[in-house]
Design a binder for this molecule. Structure first.
Ligand SMILES: [Zn+2]
Length: 105
């Protein structure tokens, strides 16, 4: 049997933890936070990155599971570099994601 690389297993665990957070954040916010904290720890231990689509759903300060309109506030800002700001409703930390401009025609 082929052995799977540790990083692959770690990524799978991270995905599962985010799924669990998704299922639990409404009723058990604290539990969802613990799952994401664990996901982060797994990523660090294995020196891998949390995939971008998942990472933007996690508050880097309090590990809240961020859901637009529920646990986070999402705004599009056009001043300076255009970006999306995601505010954690639990601790107020703002995450900023740059918006890539389309190439000018
Ligand atoms: Zn937070």
């Amino acid at each position: 049997m082929k052995e799977r690389p540790a990083s692959e297993i770690a990524l799978e665990r991270i995905n599962i933890l985010f799924e669990l957070a998704e299922k639990n954040y409404r009723r058990r916010e604290e539990l969802a936070r613990r799952y994401l904290q664990l996901a982060k720890r797994i990523a660090m231990r294995n020196r891998i990155r949390i995939p971008q689509n998942l990472n933007r759903r996690m508050c880097k300060e309090c590990y809240s599971y961020l859901v637009p309109g529920v646990t986070s506030r999402v705004r599009v800002r056009s001043k300076r570099e255009p970006h999306v700001s995601i505010t954690c409703m639990n601790c107020g930390t703002v995450k900023r994601l740059p918006i890539k401009r389309r190439k000018q025609e």
